[in-house]
Ligand binder design. Structure first.
Ligand code: DHK
Length: 151
């Protein structure tokens, strides 16, 4: 199984570190990417790390992942709560998928409690701050290894 992992980030996450730091923290998306790249090296993974404010771009990257990736970590941000299209795209991907939210969405407004993506995710993380990215990457590496061992 491929050791390439896609880390996909949805709308407004380009403002990470600047928008509502009391909720999302002070680390920027560039900080998160640098941490993920260092960890990916340790785990023997290669990474594609993307962010978009456009739903179709996230869908196109999921389609691309179908061709060559072993796993996906996705923070769909607000699309979590609205996008059947992202769920459908993930349903067309075979490898492990981890859904990640920086904040604990269950402690927030009721409209953030429902996720379309959770119906596909192999694991869901919420409320670990930006540390969650590293944890999710470790989990994906484990799931890729487990699949390879059973192949
Ligand atoms: C990020 C967002 O932008 C929100 O729309 C989600 C998520 C929560 C997060 O915690 O990473 O509701």
């Amino acid at each position: 199984m491929s050791r390439l992992v896609y880390i996909l980030n949805g709308p407004n996450l380009n403002l990470l570190g600047k928008r509502q730091p009391e909720i999302y923290g002070r680390a920027t998306l560039a900080d998160v990417e640098a941490e993920c790249r260092a960890l990916a090296g340790d785990l023997g993974l290669s990474l594609r790390f993307h962010q978009s404010n456009r739903e179709y771009e996230l869908i196109d990257w999921i389609h691309e992942a179908r061709e060559d990736a072993g796993g996906i970590v996705i923070n769909p941000a607000a699309f979590t709560h609205t996008s059947v299209a992202i769920l459908d795209a993930l349903n067309a991907f075979d490898g492990p998928v981890i859904e990640l939210h920086i904040s604990n969405v269950h402690k927030r407004e009721p409209f953030r409690h429902h996720s379309f993506v959770s119906a596909r995710a192999d694991g869901v993380m919420a409320g670990f701050g930006t540390q969650g990215y590293g944890l999710a990457l470790r989990r994906v590496a484990h799931l890729i290894d487990a699949r390879a061992a059973h192949a």
